[in-house]
Design a protein around this ligand. Structure first.
Ligand SMILES: C=C(O[C@@H]1C=C(C(=O)O)C=C[C@H]1O)C(=O)O
Length: 483
């Protein structure tokens, strides 16, 4: 295959072979890439303030999993689209907290975007991009196990490895004009990246053993809480609320985030995978739900609400799906999510479309009611401003949102950190994707905390909602066995 720059390359289908080849050629690859970077840097416009991003096609590299890294990382994967992004280093961090956090972040990012220069000498067409994420609660001070993760932030990585189904490219970014420093830093990160990609994955034939050490609220407390919620709903306080539970697990050896993401990739190829490590906090998620995707003036959102288990028996599995789709309680719970999202999008969109009824979204261990919502944006808005109005959706907080939030605060069902917040990427054009952070875990050595919630309406059965949270914990618990 011949690349536009004239570089000859081969796509290796055998990962072992491609790793071997990478390690054998790594010094020459680093040298050649840095030479191309230096060459591209000579084209930087002198008068601009930056940030600056240089994108180089790197067909010799392939990204299918989070590699084993000892420094900070940002990772986004959509296995079913063979689409992955890995960020290392921070060229720039924008952060904010408080009720105006997303508007402030949006304004800061728009200022950055207006000065951001990207050079793409290989004509990859891949846009320079940053990672972003935010906690559920705008006021969450991010204490205890969440310490290190900011409440809301945008991170422009110094090195972004971007793999699509067709190509792989590296974008080097920096927020200053010290070209020597930029080159040295790029070389250092490239070396780290190639060493990580080229390393053979740790063999882990034995499942990781761990035990559950704490559950908050306990089963009994949860049942009381759900009963109180259905009572409040029947009294007319709100239509729906989504309380959550947290479990702690303890293993005999540290969990390995790279192995965790690889097993999530194998077990949940249709989910969105996200992981971040900053300042000692490691967070990972495999979520089925987009909060928002934006491409130009087109946006889309997932409305998800209504959950049932799966069965290994195909007939039973189909029947479970039918039960869910015909269940008035689940349909009602789902309809509130759709209504809430349409209500939030109205002011941003000149056109909104959604199917008249939900379909089934089948995941490995559970199935959901799902409605895809599409819209066309008015011109003067941004991904983060739309996200600000969407978040929190009735899928993760309740309906109406303010009443549900008050109920959760009153019942101390708070301190969620990034669980049920959102994270993703945002590019130089203002396009991006944000995923709702569900089916997730905070990793800390041999300790992990997992989070799961369930939508409660007037007809909810507390035991069924308890079982639903257990099903949802199952996503991470199963993957942690291979971590
Ligand atoms: C709150 C969670 O999931 C949300 C709630 C759902 C429900 O109540 O049926 C389904 C999907 C998610 O929107 C979670 O996974 O923790």
């Amino acid at each position: 295959m011949r690349h536009p720059t004239g570089i000859q390359y081969h796509l290796h289908s055998n990962p072992y072979e491609s790793r071997q080849r990478l390690m054998a050629n790594r010094q020459s690859l680093i040298k050649a890439t840095i030479a191309r970077l230096k060459q591209a840097l000579t084209h930087l416009p002198h008068e601009e303030v930056g940030p600056f991003s240089i994108t180089l096609s790197t067909p010799e590299l392939q990204l299918h999993h989070l590699p084993h890294l000892d420094n900070n990382w940002f990772y986004w994967g959509e296995p079913s689209h063979r689409h992955y992004r890995l960020g290392l280093g921070e060229a720039l961090r924008l952060s904010s907290i408080g009720p105006l956090r997303l508007q402030q972040l949006s304004d800061q990012f728009e200022r950055v975007r207006s000065n951001w220069i990207q050079i793409d000498p290989d004509c990859t067409g891949l846009q320079a991009s940053a990672f972003t994420g935010f906690a559920f609660d705008p006021e969450d001070p991010m204490l205890q196990s969440w310490e290190g993760l900011p409440n809301a932030a945008i991170f422009l990585p110094e090195l972004l490895l971007h793999q699509t189904a067709e190509m792989c490219a590296i974008t080097f970014s920096f927020a200053h004009k010290d070209l020597t420093r930029a080159t040295l830093r790029s070389q250092h990160l490239l070396q780290k990246l190639i060493d990580a990609l080229g390393a053979n994955p740790d063999p882990n034939p034995v499942p990781t053993r761990f035990s559950r050490t704490a559950t908050t609220p306990s089963d009994d407390e949860w049942i009381t809480q759900v009963n109180k919620a259905t009572h409040s709903i029947r009294e007319g306080t709100m239509d729906k609320v989504v309380p959550f539970r947290r479990i702690s697990v303890q293993a005999s050896q540290p969990f390995n985030p790279a192995r965790l993401m690889a097993s999530l990739d194998d077990l949940h190829p249709s989910s969105i995978l996200f992981s971040i490590r900053v300042d000692g906090s490691t967070f990972a998620a495999a979520t089925p739900e987009h909060l928002l995707s934006r491409q130009g003036h087109l946006i889309s959102c997932d409305a998800i609400g209504g959950t049932i288990k799966r069965s290994p028996n195909p007939v039973d599995d189909t029947n479970l799906g039918k039960t869910l789709i015909n269940d008035p309680k689940s349909r009602h719970e789902h309809a509130l999510v759709v209504k809430g999202i349409l209500g939030s999008l109205k002011k941003h969109c000149c056109k909104l479309t959604s199917p008249t009824g939900p379909s089934l979204k089948r995941l490995r261990n559970l199935q959901h009611l799902w409605t895809g919502i599409k819209g066309e944006l008015w011109e003067d808005t941004t991904l983060l401003r739309v996200a600000d109005d969407l978040h929190p959706t009735a899928a993760v907080s309740g309906f109406p949102s303010a009443n549900a939030q008050r109920w959760l605060d009153d019942h101390k069902n708070t301190t969620r950190g990034w669980y049920t917040g959102a994270a993703g990427w945002i590019d130089i054009q203002g396009d991006g994707e944000l995923a709702v952070l569900l089916r997730c875990a905070l990793l800390n050595g041999e300790h992990a905390e997992l989070f799961a919630g369930a939508g409660v309406t007037s007809e909810s059965c507390p035991i069924a909602e308890l079982q639903e949270t257990e099903l949802k914990f199952g996503t991470m618990l199963e993957a942690l066995e291979h971590a």
